[in-house]
Write a protein that binds this ligand. Structure first.
Ligand code: C2E
Ligand code: CA
Ligand code: CA
Ligand code: CA
Length: 274
């Protein structure tokens, strides 16, 4: 028994070492991914649950590794944050997202994710302003999605959010409910949108408290004049539940999976904006 236990530990640490090496490799490869044109953006509609019309599209980063294939952002974004590569990647994402959104009908906004490290970059607000200008997109058509983690890690967040708002950019609090200080952030900062994490939305049809939590978040959002986006809507049933709970917008596979820029243009045309 002792022998078997020992072997088990060896295997576990072997797995751990391999995993660590794999992460290090990705971390190195990310540094060249941009120059080698391995990054691309996908867009997913954020739909008005009343009119069932797209109101915004969220830009989601895709990395096609030459040998390993598609690497999920949940894996590589944290690695890029750790190494600092996310600063440059974030600039690329914003520039590309705006250059594509520039071709959409002017009623449509584009939602771009911002990581904690980007927010702590001194020239972030200026970079946003210049990127909008370069692409000829008014600030009112841009929504920046920021997570609670990004706010925790930044003592200067209040000033940055104020500066962004003064610029005319919309601010969404992403993954709401998954952090530990959500209420504190609502008290401290102003948000135009609150995005309820899919872990709450996808369980609304089950017994339990998710539906009550989503209703409460919607009521709270009204009080502070924010609109609510429910993430992870995969079925008609969930769509009617989030509507009944008071959510303004929904996002999820029911409407569309994240799509290429070209598919997005066709989606916009087909759905009557074009
Ligand atoms: P997120 O910001 O919460 O983005 C929503 C994620 O949910 C996306 O995963 C999207 O594809 C997925 N999703 C949308 N609808 C559904 C649905 O109905 N069911 C399910 N199960 N999932 C759905 P994705 O594209 O894999 O991105 C994962 C995360 O990576 C994002 O979560 C975001 O935190 C991060 N990320 C993606 N692109 C960027 C980026 O350009 N910059 C930064 N900083 N983070 C990014
Ligand atoms: Ca997001
Ligand atoms: Ca989210
Ligand atoms: Ca998320």
């Amino acid at each position: 028994a002792k022998k078997a236990g020992g072997a088990c530990i060896v295997t576990a640490s072997e797995d751990f070492r391999r995993d660590l090496e794999f992460r290090r490799r990705l971390q190195r490869d990310i540094l060249h991914a941009s120059q080698r044109n391995e990054f691309d953006l996908a867009f997913q509609p954020i739909v008005d649950v009343g009119e069932l019309r797209a109101h915004s599209f969220e830009a989601l980063l895709r990395w096609q590794h030459p040998e390993l294939g598609r690497i999920p952002p949940d894996l590589f974004i944290p690695l890029a944050e750790e190494s600092g590569a996310i600063i440059e990647i974030g600039r690329f994402v914003l520039d590309r997202a705006l250059s594509i959104a520039a071709n959409w009908p002017a009623q449509l906004t584009v939602s771009v994710n911002v990581s904690a490290l980007q927010l702590s970059e001194k020239s972030f607000v200026r970079m946003v302003r210049e990127t909008l200008k370069r692409n000829g997109v008014p600030a009112s058509r841009l929504i920046l999605e920021i997570t609670e983690t990004a706010l925790i890690k930044n003592a200067n967040a209040g000033k940055i959010l104020d500066d962004l708002r003064r610029l005319g950019v919309g601010i969404a609090l992403d993954d709401f409910g998954t952090g530990y200080a959500s209420m504190g952030y609502l008290q401290q900062y102003r948000f135009d949108k609150i995005k309820i994490d899919k872990s709450f939305v996808s369980t609304m049809n089950e017994e339990g408290k998710s539906a009550a939590i989503v209703r409460a978040i919607c009521a709270l959002a009204k009080e502070i004049s924010a609109t609510v986006v429910a993430e992870g809507i995969e079925t008609e049933e969930l769509l009617s539940l989030v509507g009944a709970a008071g959510c303004d917008f929904g996002q999820g596979y029911l409407f569309a999976r994240p799509m290429s820029a070209l598919q997005t243009a066709l989606f916009i045309e087909k759905n009557g904006w074009g």
